[in-house]
Write a protein that binds this ligand. Structure first.
Ligand SMILES: [Zn+2]
Length: 169
């Protein structure tokens, strides 16, 4: 690796440590020419295995292309999509995938996309899960509603607990 300051091609590792998540190695290097120090991070390469069996490097933008399409016309920003890509990559790396099947990438998108925009989620899920009829949509919407009322229910419970445990006087 060459020096980012003087472009000298010979640098020396002075310290290596494993990152907190265990998935990265951070190396402190020093340039043998100008003496400046810099750090590099070594990370496992994530590879996507396509249905054909062909493999290609995981690229965030490419991985979330389907989700991006599903977000068309929805109030979802480029920042939101960037966060989605990050969340998907983090989830896959967190699961310890080195070679991840393409359908697992889709699976990892469902959760964060649902949190981002429910309409986009339904669009994406309909393609990903190959919805065949209006009933499939109805089922998924019912599931979303059930989930939401569950969340709201537990929120209400939380507020109630807080109120009851608050010190009086
Ligand atoms: Zn240098």
């Amino acid at each position: 690796m060459h020096c980012p300051y003087c472009r000298h091609t010979d640098t020396r590792v002075v310290d290596s440590r494993v990152g907190e998540d265990g998935g990265t190695i951070r190396r402190r290097r020093t340039c043998t020419e100008c003496g400046k120090r810099f750090s590099t991070v070594e990370q496992m390469q994530l590879v996507v295995v396509k249905r054909s069996g062909a493999t290609e490097p995981f690229v965030r933008d490419k991985a979330i292309a389907g989700a991006r399409k599903a977000c068309k016309g929805r109030p979802v920003t480029e920042d939101d999509l960037a966060c989605l890509g990050q969340a998907v990559e983090d989830a896959l790396r967190g699961d310890g995938w080195a070679e991840v099947p393409a359908h697992e990438v889709g699976l990892a998108i469902l959760g964060p996309l649902k949190a981002l925009d429910e309409v986009a989620y339904l669009r994406f899920a309909s393609v990903y899960r190959a919805f065949e009829s209006a009933d499939d949509f109805a089922d998924e919407i019912a599931a979303l509603r059930a989930e939401r009322s569950l969340t709201e229910g537990s929120l209400a419970q939380l507020v109630e607990d807080e109120t009851h445990s608050a010190p009086s006087g």
